[in-house]
Ligand binder design. Structure first.
Ligand SMILES: [Zn+2]
Ligand SMILES: [Zn+2]
Length: 367
């Protein structure tokens, strides 16, 4: 069948809206008409990281839409269901059986390689394969093929445009707080990078009643948003180091943060995040940035500090997405105001606005 995709022809190249051919769903696949898709920094970091021979490709991994067809082997999903799409997992390996689907043994193939497990692509153009199945979806398209594991059925009362980012950015930031760090009311949480992931972490922490919230960013507008929505104290991160950022954070958190979430992937920021922790404090790192990060080993060991990595905030999308929707309905996860909608044809503008910091969470709408 025909689909319109935002084609990525090469690393760094702008998106190009073109028509392509999408396979009919196989037995284990679901055909979804995409209504909206969030843009996440991972779309561009992966695009710009892959070698040129892995193109053309179609990205997008925060899709939401309506089920149009269901493969014979898929259960629990029906035509007409409203769905939020998330990352894919095999459902059968040891990690998946333990519910830790973010660490699935087949993560690389199912989410990043651009093809199915058998090497075929779901999308073709002029008879040539187009890398797709990004996070098991490639949602920068009017239609996508997904699998039951990464397709979360949601109540039809939700506005799909508003909940598209729950499948990646929002569950990652919220999961770092709710699943990994689990701060209590008397604790402090410092978020480095007040983008969508950092804001979702603040939203979740506010919902838990965490007393001291701090947001570190270079964009004054983002700091204002973090203050207005979550009561977070804003800190401009433009003076790094022990005399600058670290001293300021320690001052705001009575000697050092109990918890921190690092979303920038900038090595200097990560190091400051570790230095600004209090005794036995923990920093959770989420960013796809500098491949090597450093910390002061003596500081870490003398103060019993912890560094935690996490995939998607340890979220199992099948339970995390409904949990966050419930929290949002109860006023304990306020993220609606972070969104800015763009028509699909404006996807390049959406990306530019996101990279400049003008927009926190762009969502492209297909109609
Ligand atoms: Zn698995
Ligand atoms: Zn993402």
């Amino acid at each position: 069948m025909k689909t319109t995709i935002a084609l990525s022809p090469a690393p760094q190249a702008p998106f190009d809206l073109v028509e392509a051919d999408l396979d009919e769903p196989r037995d284990d696949e679901v055909l979804v008409r995409i209504v909206a898709s969030g843009l996440c920094h991972t779309d561009v970091s992966v695009r710009d990281m892959l070698p040129a021979e892995m193109f053309p490709r179609v990205f997008g991994h925060e899709g939401a839409g309506v089920v149009e067809k269901v493969g014979a082997a898929v259960s629990g999903i029906e035509v007409g269901d409203h769905v939020v799409l998330s990352f894919d997992s095999c459902g059968a390996c040891e990690r998946c059986r333990a519910g830790e689907v973010g660490y699935c043994e087949s993560t690389m193939v199912l989410n990043y390689m651009g093809c199915r497990m058998d090497g075929s692509t779901t999308v073709q153009r002029d008879g040539q394969p187009v890398g797709a199945s990004f996070f098991g979806q490639s949602s920068f398209a009017t239609y996508a093929l997904t699998r039951a594991q990464n397709t979360v059925v949601v109540d039809k009362s939700h506005d799909l445009t508003r909940i598209a980012p729950y499948g990646c950015g929002f569950q990652t930031g919220a999961g770092a707080v709710l699943n990994v760090l689990q701060p209590g009311p008397g604790d402090s949480l410092v978020v480095y990078g007040a983008g969508a992931v950092g804001m979702a972490a603040l939203a979740a922490a506010k919902g838990l009643g965490v007393t001291t919230l701090v947001a570190v960013d270079l964009h004054p507008g983002r700091l204002e948003t973090a203050a207005r929505l979550y009561g977070a104290v804003g800190v401009r991160g433009d003076e790094p180091g022990e005399a600058g950022l670290v001293a300021r954070i320690k001052e705001l958190t009575a000697g050092g943060a109990t918890h921190a979430v690092e979303t920038t992937g900038v090595a200097a920021v990560f190091k400051d995040a570790t230095l600004a922790l209090g005794i036995k404090g923990t920093v959770c790192t989420l960013a796809l940035g500098a491949p090597e990060l450093t910390f002061d080993a003596i500081d870490l060991f003398q103060n019993g500090k912890s560094i935690r990595g996490t995939m998607e905030g340890e979220s199992n999308p099948q339970t995390m997405v409904p949990r966050l929707l419930e929290l949002a309905a109860a006023g304990k996860f306020e993220v609606d105001e972070l969104l800015t909608a763009y028509p699909f044809s404006e996807i390049n503008t959406a990306l530019t606005d996101s990279l400049s910091g003008a927009t926190i969470k762009p969502v492209v709408v297909m109609d």
